[in-house]
Ligand binder design. Structure first.
Ligand SMILES: NC(=O)c1ccc[n+]([C@@H]2O[C@H](COP(=O)([O-])OP(=O)(O)OC[C@H]3O[C@@H](n4cnc5c(N)ncnc54)[C@H](OP(=O)(O)O)[C@@H]3O)[C@@H](O)[C@H]2O)c1
Length: 316
């Protein structure tokens, strides 16, 4: 009898530190009629992967988190939230993509991007995720940062209703979403002040920020300066003193938005918008390190430390 083809996949059979991750050999999935199959060439270690693997959520969120993700262990043991790759098979009822198309996207709560193959429906959903044609000018590794950082940045920057000439303050400007938020706000005509640590000042200036504040050496908001829109793209700051700094930095009718307010929308339309902005030269994702699948534990350790620049990609 012919043996079934198998693939490499990163498996977490319990919640815990990076060491719970290990590589398994699993059957290659077959697409259902409404699905395409992607040969994944790159994934990434994102804030979402760390959050799910570690299950480190506040006591108030432990019950909803475990009901959604699995009570005692991840219900979807193959982690990985973002991917870029090539369509290698299509179900009978699909029409958006053909074998050979280069695609990128997010997998939603079903996760599964830390694997060589992943089947995806063509339609968007919070469970199954979203996908679109990859920007032709990006590598697969850079495309993972464009998908994750772009979906976050565009959704939350759009909440600021930026008008040309507005003053915008962005905390966390060196992260996966922050690096894209700075460029997107500039593309909308804003004057952008970006907040990051000393090591990332040059990076953030290079992204087009008009002013850069080093939060390790200066006040979190410059005294007297007032902004039309303040974006916290660090996350997890709602109860910290930065929340107050965000509000103090606003002008009278200004808006502040935390990247943790509400759920990330998984939208192929927004991915198409990201693709267009990249191809027009208005967005350039930042990837500071690329690890092999084999080194996934080390990649998770680095990202969990909390000070990466832009994205950290995994090459398959
Ligand atoms: N709403 C949703 O459904 C949803 C979904 C996914 C993620 N998120 C949120 O999105 C957040 C951002 O994700 P990401 O991938 O962009 O994170 P990231 O790449 O880890 O970036 C966070 C950045 O914040 C910087 N930072 C830390 N403390 C700071 C401070 N006091 N002031 C200014 N910058 C500071 C860090 O840079 P330094 O090294 O310079 O400190 C780091 O580069 C996540 O943490 C998560 O909370 C929300």
């Amino acid at each position: 009898m012919p043996t079934k083809p198998t693939m490499r996949a990163v498996h977490a059979d319990r919640y815990g530190p990076p060491e719970v991750l290990h590589i398994d050999q699993l059957p290659v999935p077959e697409p259902k009629p409404n699905e395409i199959r992607v040969r994944i060439l790159a994934s990434a270690v994102t804030a979402s992967d760390i959050f799910i693997r570690s299950a480190q959520v506040t006591p108030r969120l432990q019950v909803p988190f475990r009901l959604m993700m699995g009570i005692t262990k991840p219900r979807q043991p193959i982690l990985g939230f973002v991917f870029s790759g090539i369509v290698d098979a299509t179900g009978a009822d699909t029409s958006r993509f053909s074998p050979g198309d280069q695609v990128y996207g997010c997998t939603g709560f079903r996760l599964g991007a830390y694997a060589e193959y992943r089947c995806m429906p063509e339609t968007d959903s919070r469970v199954h995720g979203c996908l679109a044609h990859k920007p032709a000018t990006l590598s697969h590794e850079d495309a993972t940062a464009a998908a994750y950082g772009g979906l976050l940045a565009l959704q939350y920057v759009d909440r600021g209703h930026i008008q040309p000439g507005d003053s915008v303050l962005i905390y966390g400007a060196s992260g996966t979403s922050g690096t894209i938020a700075v460029q997107y706000a500039k593309s909308l005509g804003a004057r952008v002040t970006a907040v990051c640590s000393t090591a990332n000042v040059d990076l953030v200036q290079g992204l087009g920020a008009d002013h850069v504040l080093d939060y390790t050496t200066s006040d979190t908001a410059p005294p007297g300066a007032r902004y039309n829109f303040v974006l916290d793209s660090v996350g997890g700051l709602k109860s910290s003193k930065l929340k107050e700094a965000c509000k103090l930095a606003l002008e009278a009718n200004g808006r502040w938005v935390s990247i943790d307010d509400g759920d990330l929308e998984l939208s192929s339309q927004r991915l198409d918008q990201i693709t267009a902005l990249v191809e027009e030269g208005k967005l350039k994702p930042v990837v500071s390190a690329i690890y092999r699948l084999h080194d996934i534990v080390e990649a998770h350790r680095i990202v969990q430390a909390g000070h990466k620049r832009g994205g950290v990609a995994i090459t398959l």
